[in-house]
Design a protein around this ligand. Structure first.
Ligand code: HEC
Ligand code: HEC
Length: 395
């Protein structure tokens, strides 16, 4: 090699060193500002607090109750035709959704089946929050004519008539009477206990680590190579849009990507559907619910019901639905409370246009994003997919 070539090679080697130093971030401005890193950490699964206790449910954290609840969740005997279980609509492989616009079992439901992964963190259940605990929620589908279509007496009778179930029930809650000879209150106590066991199971349905979470972990550790490998340039650009220009974190914030609040986002109905008052109706219903936090069936002897005490009731709730989690969207289409939007791209197009609401007022503003930006946002949203936690629930 000539001297000239050697010099060029040395210069190239030096340049290589310089480039790799830049790669390691030694002489390049950090990709995220300190404020952005704080936001990213707030969305990270590691930031999910421990699940708060539920004083209204004495078996909320009881492993035997959770196992009993898991069996009940899968048990089609708890239905009028012996063919419907909770998992008919909340299918594990679909992250506890069913792939349908509106749920269907004995009949057609009014709304889309939401994922229940992480729903144990929400103070309100359903798109309109018409139940204030998971145990009270679990009782409703059993008696709903479109869903399980059974009755509380039949449900208690199924548990009473199954030796294993009855032994487990009695170990948890004490003697179970034959529902045929029970008073209404006794029957309701047994029915509520069955709901409390299902809720104990649902409390174990935790979100698991997605690529986004791995990325934030790498960012926190300062591992630039891992950061580059985990998310590509489009996914990162989408993440930046998500927390800035597209304003998604106004409502989809925290590690579950939801503020658990009710908002009107102007989602249009299918032709012929009556516009849904959503939370405006749900808040009235929860106050009247037979099994709400203030009912005699709550196990909280102190009777603290701060959610009910401070529930908002204003007209801004007309057409407002609960902000859903954005984890696992790749498995939970179609989207929105009536399954109006078939794909993530359709959802983003909706936010970009922000049409006038059919009922109430759309809180979101048009975004003015271009096609490339919409694609980047979509790329980011798919990084929130994660495996289902080990639940022992059949796929
Ligand atoms: C026919 C299908 C179907 C069946 C069966 C069914 N669900 Fe649902 N589930 C739905 C639909 C639809 C919604 C939303 C309804 C609404 O908001 O008005 C829902 C909502 C929920 C929610 C609220 C989640 C949230 O984030 O607000 C939970 C929890 C839940 N179901 C658990 C259960 C349990 C437990 C059972 C069995 C006892 C069950 N479901 C049976 C379709 C079904
Ligand atoms: C004003 C609060 C608010 C803002 C801002 C907002 N969302 Fe939503 N999001 C909601 C609510 C509420 C729903 C449920 C709407 C419905 O079904 O009526 C929802 C639904 C969704 C869904 C459907 C999820 C499902 O399971 O059906 C996706 C995806 C979504 N939002 C993504 C985004 C993205 C991306 C942004 C930013 C461009 C954004 N959202 C901005 C509140 C908001």
């Amino acid at each position: 090699m000539s001297f000239g070539l050697l010099k060029i090679a040395a210069a190239l080697a030096a340049l290589g060193l310089f480039v790799s130093a830049c790669d390691r971030g030694a002489s390049r401005a950090p990709e995220w500002t300190e404020a952005e890193v704080t936001t990213l950490k707030s969305l990270w699964l590691e930031s999910l607090p421990d699940l708060p206790d539920d004083p209204s449910n004495a078996v909320a954290n009881n492993a035997i109750a959770a196992e009993f609840g898991r069996k009940l969740f899968l048990d089609a005997r708890l239905s009028a035709n012996g063919g419907v279980s909770c998992s008919t609509c909340h299918q594990v492989a679909r992250r506890f959704t069913d792939g349908l616009r509106k749920a269907r079992a004995l009949g057609l439901s009014d709304r889309n089946t939401p994922s229940i992964v992480g729903s144990q963190y929400s103070p309100w259940q359903y798109w309109d929050g018409r139940r204030d605990s998971q145990w009270a929620q679990a009782l409703a589908p059993l008696e709903n004519a479109h869903e399980h279509g059974t009755s509380r007496a039949q449900v208690v009778d199924t548990v009473f008539g199954d030796t294993d179930y009855r032994m487990t029930y009695e170990a948890l809650f004490g003697p179970l009477q034959n529902p045929a000879g029970s008073s209404n209150v006794e029957l309701n106590i047994a029915f509520a206990n069955i709901g409390k066991s299902i809720a104990a199971f649902e409390r174990t349905i935790m979100p698991t680590t997605s690529r986004f979470d791995e990325y934030v972990a790498a960012l926190v550790r300062g591992n630039a190579d891992a950061q580059r490998e985990i998310l590509n340039a489009d996914e990162k650009a989408g993440l930046r849009l998500f927390i800035s220009k597209a304003n998604c974190t106004q409502c989809h914030n925290g590690p579950l990507l939801t503020n658990h609040e009710f908002h009107n986002t102007g989602v249009l109905n299918f032709p012929g559907d009556v516009p849904d008052k959503a939370r405006a109706g749900g808040v009235r219903e929860v106050f009247g619910s037979e099994f709400n936090c203030r009912s005699i069936y709550s196990d909280d002897s102190a009777g603290h019901c701060p959610e009910l005490d401070f529930a908002r009731t204003g007209i801004e709730l007309i057409g407002a639905t609960k902000t859903p989690s954005l984890r696992n969207l790749e498995h939970t289409a179609p989207f929105m409370h009536k399954g109006q939007l078939p794909s993530i791209a359709d959802v983003l197009d909706h936010y970009n246009k922000a049409p006038d609401a059919m009922i109430g007022h759309n809180e979101a503003e048009p975004l003015g994003l271009n096609t490339a930006e919409l694609q980047q946002l979509e790329a980011f949203l798919t990084t929130l997919t994660a495996p289902v936690s080990e639940l022992g629930v059949e796929l």
